[in-house]
Design a protein around this ligand. Structure first.
Ligand SMILES: [Zn+2]
Length: 137
């Protein structure tokens, strides 16, 4: 037991997110995206968090604060705080489809599969749903 605490002090990325005292909403969303340790949070950064459906700005702010307490800077966090007053609509990007089935704004993606699809094609969730018609690929 003592040893595991020691290793966490040496390597904060090994700390489980369950110890960060995050809000319940985050704890519902993050494990579905494979985020289990502080190191995973550092890997996804603000951009990754914003692409997660049901992840609110308040939740991201809390995560950024908790990591700051560990002397870690969540990637993109400063920019995120700077944009705080500007957007506020959860926009993470613009849909690359010229005939977007939605309103042209990418706000949140359902899961990792949709996230991967977005990285490849740049399609918003609405367009993805349109194209794949809800079928599993
Ligand atoms: Zn679209």
């Amino acid at each position: 037991m003592k040893l595991s605490i020691l290793s966490e002090i040496i390597d904060p990325s090994a700390i489980p997110i369950s110890k960060l005292n995050l809000d319940q909403k985050s704890m519902n969303v993050l494990p579905d995206w494979g985020v289990r340790h502080v190191g995973d949070l550092m890997n996804v950064g603000v951009e990754g968090l914003q692409s997660m459906r049901n992840m609110s700005r308040a939740s991201i702010k809390l995560i950024g604060k908790r990591l700051a307490a560990l002397n870690l800077q969540l990637p993109g966090y400063n920019e995120f705080l700077r944009d705080d007053d500007v957007s506020g609509n959860g926009e993470i990007g613009r849909c690359r489809s010229r005939s977007c089935a939605g309103d042209g704004i990418v706000r949140g993606l359902r899961d990792l599969v949709s996230q991967k699809e977005y990285e490849i094609t740049g399609l918003c969730q609405t367009c993805q749903d349109e194209v794949f018609n809800g079928e599993e690929w």
